[in-house]
Design a protein around this ligand. Structure first.
Ligand SMILES: NC(=O)c1ccc[n+]([C@@H]2O[C@H](COP(=O)([O-])OP(=O)(O)OC[C@H]3O[C@@H](n4cnc5c(N)ncnc54)[C@H](O)[C@@H]3O)[C@@H](O)[C@H]2O)c1
Length: 327
């Protein structure tokens, strides 16, 4: 039986731990630098808790590790797992900076037999997968372009509860790297490689206690000539559903909760989305457990996991380019 461990026992770990339990995987230990969160997770699951991931690796010797730490704590933990020969599933973003992500890619290259995945679970959404298959089928003709909105709500309390989220040196940034990264990843996955990115990131609503952006506009030029625009903010008064609209020669695809495809001849097709994972937040979507299950299913596959650090770095590069354009 495969055994696993979770490093970082904060908000998102709840979804990972629930998925591990439901999938019948043996949790062998948890790790958190914060004693209270470490103790809470250890006692909830009746497993040993460790203050450092190296002790966990040495003492528990898990078969897999989930990395659910703040952004700037992903790469060191993941590299130590790879060096110990332990497959590792890393939460998004792959890293808080592109150079850090490159360091992880190099480590993965030195350990080609050790599996690594990045938790960009929205690629498992029913709507995204259906849109991907339709766009690749050729049935819709060429993709002309798209637009996306991420209109979410984060109070100052969200940053006060976890100061790293509002500190660029730890998080790498705000709404783009923390929230809209999933949508940017989907836009590139669905519409094709991005050849040019232009954008602006600003802070309008959050007070001076954070140094990350709360709002951003992005223009993406995709290979093949499609163009997309993305507007992301955490200054909205509520967490609205993410919208993605894609216009092709023969149809318009709209994802907002479900997917609606409207064909040029007036026909429509609807695809419903799954309900959200237990223990998670609605806006995280319903696909964490699917990605986690797929990662475990693929443990003995000969080829690398399909969402590895080379996939994860794509949206991170776009985001970092936008930050550079603003500095
Ligand atoms: N995929 C998604 O939809 C999704 C949703 C939410 C969060 N996330 C990601 O999950 C990660 C964690 O986010 P969160 O909101 O749970 O943060 P959090 O602050 O609630 O939890 C992080 C935990 O890691 C611990 N920690 C920090 N450094 C550590 C280290 N070196 N070793 C062990 N533990 C350490 C902290 O004490 C904290 O308990 C982030 O990368 C975030 O972007 C992803």
């Amino acid at each position: 039986m495969v055994s696993t461990a979770v490093v970082g026992c904060g908000d998102v770990s709840v979804v990972h731990l629930a998925a591990i339990e439901r999938l019948g995987i043996k949790l062998a230990g948890v790790c958190d630098t914060d004693p209270a969160r470490r103790a809470a997770a250890a006692s909830r699951y009746g497993v040993p808790g460790f203050a450092g991931h190296r002790e966990l690796l040495a003492e528990v010797r898990p078969d897999v590790v989930h990395v659910c730490t703040p952004h700037d704590q992903h790469v060191d933990v993941a590299i130590d797992c790879l060096a110990a020969g332990v497959p590792v599933l890393v939460e998004k973003p792959v890293a808080h900076r592109v150079d850090e992500a490159e360091r992880l890619i190099a480590a993965a290259g030195r350990n080609p037999g050790v599996r690594i995945g990045i938790c960009l679970q929205n690629r498992y959404n029913l709507t995204a997968r259906h849109a991907y298959d339709l766009l690749r089928s050729g049935e819709l003709g060429a993709v002309r372009g798209g637009s996306a909105t991420v209109f979410w709500h984060r109070e100052p309390a969200y940053y006060a509860a976890r100061p790293w989220r509002g500190e660029r040196r730890h998080s790498g940034g705000g709404v783009l790297i923390n929230q809209a990264i999933h949508t940017l990843d989907l836009m590139e996955w669905l519409l094709g490689d991005v050849e040019r990115v232009r954008g602006h990131a600003g802070r309008y609503a959050l007070d001076g206690t954070v140094d990350v952006e709360d709002t951003a506009t992005v223009l993406l030029d995709h290979a093949g000539g499609a163009r997309s625009v993305v507007f992301a903010t955490v200054a909205n008064v509520t967490d609205s559903p993410v919208t993605i609209e894609i216009t092709t020669e023969r149809a318009v695809l709209l994802i907002r909760g479900g997917l609606t495809v409207t064909y040029a001849d007036g026909r429509t097709e609807a695809v419903a989305e799954r309900v959200a994972d237990a223990g998670g937040r609605d806006y995280w979507g319903a696909s964490h457990e699917l990605l986690i299950a797929d990662f475990y299913r693929s443990l003995h596959d000969p080829e690398p996991f399909w969402i590895g650090p080379r996939e994860g770095i794509r949206s991170l590069r776009l985001i970092q380019q936008i930050y550079r354009q603003n500095s």
